[in-house]
Ligand binder design. Sequence first.
Ligand SMILES: [Zn+2]
Length: 142
Amino acid sequence: MSALVVTRDLDLWNLFCRRKRGAPDGWQWRKIETVGDHRSPREHCASVIEGGVCSVLYASGKRKGQRNWTKRDPLGDRTFVISFAEFDAFIAEVELETGSCLTCFGTGQEGRSWNIKTGVGYETCGKCQGTGLSAQKSTVTP
Ligand SMILES: [Zn+2]
């Protein structure tokens, strides 16, 4: 397995499903639903993730460049149920593996707001205090 590099493009749901649930190569989620609501204790909540393998993109029209899910590989369809606790543990595991903070994807800046004129407003990441490093690794001095 090649070393995992944390960037803003890293999709933790796809990574989780491939690593922990054996989703096939090229698998991508397309729908995520949450089971439970704000009244439920967090440990009782879970996400239901549906996805598949689709490499066909729309060549034209207003959806140009997006995946054409009607042309996906039918053998790649999977639905996974992932508890919040399990996903939290996975995030901690990836932070430990990469040494990067996943709240800000190692950038030290967290997108907090969006404005039509200025775009995304960034602020110092509250989890890593702007270091971009995971708490687990940044406390360990080599
Ligand atoms: Zn951070």
